[in-house]
Design a protein around this ligand. Structure first.
Ligand code: PMP
Length: 442
């Protein structure tokens, strides 16, 4: 597989060697595979990416989730180009599309009355917990193990490896975690215990409603409901991080899909279909007003950012939401994801010796390929570091093999867009058939 990969990518490899000299690790965008080298892209269209060596990929990376209309979607790109060429991209004043976009978000998400734009998902999560603290007057935040909320100091606790309790990032003083409490995902008793132990101290629970990493570690069907109940019981806020899931699960986001209403919703790259620089927090006026000092007599959850609500982002955001609705992108990409999931499970059924299975949350398809003591990590997010590390290596190996057959996943994840079609399905299945031939039968 590695040899194949080298043969297909001499130009990407040369690019990577030059990058390594001037960029730590040779890679800034941390989504792609960097071993043996990172792929450099030439162009993208629909569900396809072309690398600089001329290889075509049926893409499921989708820029880490936000692309649901398809790459280089011309009606959307045309609106952004029009903004830049006719009006200028950045002046520092408010813009008509900022107003239209904020109104549109409020219209779509029932729990959201007001919205504040920032410049990334990391910033939006940072603002959401700050708002929760100002609003409740409490300091502690419950973070669910293995859930990802960006790379800010307080929220990097146990990002990747559920239950390790270890810091995942160096360079963060341990005091930064003194108000972050880790609770294992799907641990209903642990959740109740934590709230009892810290009565009156917990400002909010921050959670990916899908379960960690967009559902790589799947949430128990009752998990979000349990979070809502415990928050209500103890007077804490429930914050849904929908940086990935918002506008993929539904135009009304996870609150419709899961039937649980959060107090605050965090949105990210999906709100502008991958255009820079996107992030937003939405919620009821009663909480959101603390974003601005004039509203609350100086008691402010301080927010700033030169890039917040920049004209490119709000234009791309407003029009992508419009096109997602008009083109029924959520329904179409989810229908494709259902077909892909079923077809993969039929294929995996031909290899009963392997623990592989596929599942999907609307247009987010996951393939679980690892099992420990007969239980997959999906069912058992409490598994510890060695298993999680082992799983990660396994996933990366399959991803590399798929790439040599022209399919580009994000680890175990396959984000679908509305332009994936029968041809994409056929190519994806052929690539997986190849992966299965690499694994000797028991
Ligand atoms: N939350 C979730 C659920 C995410 O998936 C991500 C990014 N993948 C973030 C927050 C951070 O967003 P950003 O990379 O824009 O800072």
């Amino acid at each position: 597989v590695i040899q194949d990969f080298y043969q297909r990518g001499p130009k990407s490899q040369a690019h990577y060697e030059r990058m390594k000299a001037v960029v730590p690790g040779g890679l800034q965008h941390n989504l792609g595979i960097s071993k043996p080298f990172a792929l450099a892209y030439q162009s993208a269209k629909g569900d396809k990416i072309y690398d600089i060596d001329g290889n075509e990929y049926t893409d499921y990376l989708m820029d880490g989730g936000p692309i649901i209309l398809g790459h280089h979607f011309e009606p959307l790109d045309a609106e952004v180009v029009k903004l830049i060429s006719e009006r200028g991209p950045a002046v520092g004043l408010t813009h008509e599309n900022e107003l239209r976009f904020a109104e549109e978000i409020v219209k779509n998400i029932p729990s959201v009355e007001m919205v504040r734009f920032v410049a990334s998902g990391t910033e939006a999560d940072t603002l959401a917990i700050r708002l929760a603290r100002v609003y409740t007057g409490r300091q502690k935040i419950v973070k669910i193990s293995g859930n990802y909320h960006g790379w800010s100091d307080q929220l990097t606790l146990s990002i990747n490896f559920p239950g390790t309790g270890a810091m995942d990032a160096a360079g963060i003083p341990p005091e930064c975690y003194q108000n972050t409490i880790e609770v294992m995902q799907n641990d209903f008793d642990g959740l109740a215990r934590t709230f009892e132990q810290h009565k009156g101290e917990i400002a909010a629970v921050l959670v990916e409603p899908t379960g960690g990493h967009a559902g790589t570690f799947l949430a128990h069907p009752d998990w979000n409901k349990a979070l809502r109940e415990v928050c209500d019981q103890y007077g804490a806020l429930l914050i849904f991080d929908e940086v990935i899931s918002g506008f993929r699960l539904s135009l009304a986001c996870g609150e419709e899909y899961y039937g649980v209403r959060p107090d605050l919703t965090v949105l990210g790259k999906i709100v502008s279909h991958g255009y820079p620089s996107a992030g937003a927090v939405g919620g009821p006026k009663e909480i959101m007003q603390y974003c601005h000092p004039s509203q609350v007599g100086g008691k402010e959850a301080f927010t700033a950012g030169t890039m917040s609500a920049n004209a490119i982002m709000v234009t791309a955001g407003y029009f992508s939401l419009k096109f997602i609705r008009e083109y029924q992108a959520i329904e179409k990409s989810a229908a494709y994801a259902n077909r892909l999931t079923n077809a993969l499970n039929e294929l995996f059924a031909t290899r009963k010796d392997l623990p592989f299975f596929a599942y999907n949350l609307q247009s987010i398809v996951h393939v679980e390929t690892a099992c420990y003591n007969g239980i997959s990590l999906v069912e058992n997010p409490a598994a510890r570091l060695p298993e999680a590390m082992q799983r990660y290596t396994v996933v990366q190996t399959y991803a590399l093999a798929l790439m040599t057959r022209g399919v580009l996943p994000l680890g175990d994840r396959f984000y679908c867009c509305m332009q994936h079609d029968e041809d994409s399905l056929r190519k994806t299945l052929a690539a997986w058939e190849y992966v299965l031939t690499l694994i000797p039968a028991d």
